[in-house]
Design a protein. Structure first.
Length: 354
């Protein structure tokens, strides 16, 4: 008799429905899919999923629930399952879309997506999702709200510029656009006040932000964005994973002697993190000697200024992670001190050998 190694429930989430697909992986390295259902995306549907698991999977022990991150529609189900003490994995959409290209089935429907999620969960060892801390969840909503306001304000400013530059601009239109800009400015100010209030109420968070803002060019909004988007680096195990999560990892396409694609960042990650690192990188390049030197070396190497800026973005993001994990403030002379310690160690070693 075959032994069941893994039980997975893949769930394709939409606004109103849940496509649920169950599967098992056996010690013979064979996987079987069964029990597909379309349920409502509400609490009754959530309860029905658990009933089906008990009926068709023999219980809820060691069952893994895998779903795709679909805006906010998956959140209620994820929170519900975690509250029950169940194992939940949330996969980025690009990972599933890339995985589906490797399957025989090329038709993309809610059902095939649920099947792909189930197979993906059966074949991979996925990290389990846990609800973000309340403070990080609040901050993420605020920084994303501010980002939308900044985008909207930029569009209104472009409209205002175009109106003023036109022949015979309409005074009432100009007045309305200026009024809208002032309103958006006031909303952004309110959001910053809310963020500052949340930080001041939490001593641990306040300390974390102070450590991260000791890095060159990193301000409070940047530090808060990084913490909010990574849930306090909870699922980040190393610098490489953080860079990949932000989509700042380098992808290169080459094969043989004929295919030589340009190396470029993947952009397959959290766009808010990438965006948050742009201005800090420019500030660090302008005012910090260490990052100014990094930028100069990179530019001299390949001659592409934007590529050099991205390299600084990547280093700054890694630095914030190191400061957070080691609970230390930034020391601009750290590299010189390390080099000095190495020189002293080599000098002592040479003296001992004499």
């Amino acid at each position: 008799m075959q032994k069941v190694i893994k039980k997975v429930v893949g769930i394709d989430v939409s606004q109103k429905t849940l496509d649920v697909q169950m599967g098992m992986f056996y010690d013979s390295l064979e996987s079987i899919l069964f029990t597909h259902r379309v349920l409502a995306n509400n609490e009754k549907g959530f309860e029905r999923i658990l009933e089906l698991c008990i009926k068709d999977l023999g219980g809820l022990d060691n069952v893994e629930f895998v779903m795709e991150a679909t805006g906010v529609y998956h959140e209620k189900l994820a929170y519900y399952l975690c509250a029950k003490g169940l194992k939940v994995s949330i996969v980025l959409p690009n990972k599933i879309s890339n995985y589906m290209r490797t399957l025989v089935t090329k038709t993309i429907t809610d059902k095939t997506c649920a099947e792909a999620l189930t197979r993906f969960g059966l074949e991979r060892n996925l990290d389990y999702w846990s609800p973000p801390k309340k403070v990080y969840k609040e901050l993420r909503r605020l920084v994303r709200e501010r980002d939308q306001i900044v985008l909207e304000r930029s569009g209104v400013k472009n409209q205002l510029h175009a109106e003023k530059a036109s022949k015979d601009p309409l005074e009432r239109t100009v007045a309305r656009l200026e009024e809208r800009i002032n309103f958006l400015n006031s909303q952004e100010k309110e959001i910053k006040t809310d963020i500052d209030l949340i930080i001041s109420r939490d001593g641990v968070l306040d300390h974390e932000v102070k450590l991260m803002t000791s890095a060159p060019g990193v301000g409070v909004l940047t530090a808060v964005t990084i913490l909010a988007e990574t849930n306090g680096f909870e699922l980040i195990k190393n610098k490489k994973q953080l860079v990949s999560y932000a989509g700042l990892d380098v992808r290169e396409k080459s094969s043989g002697t004929s295919v030589r694609g340009k190396a470029r960042i993947s952009k397959k990650g959290n766009k808010y993190l990438r965006k948050a690192m742009h201005l800090p990188a420019l500030t660090a390049i302008k005012w910090n000697e260490n990052y100014k030197a990094v930028y100069a070396r990179q530019t001299q190497k390949h001659g592409i200024k934007m590529k050099s800026v991205v390299a600084v973005q990547r280093r700054l993001l890694e630095l914030t992670y190191i400061l957070f994990k080691t609970q230390t403030a930034y020391d601009k002379d750290y590299e010189k001190k390390v080099a000095h310690q190495k020189d002293n160690a080599l000098h002592r070693l040479a003296q001992d050998c004499l």
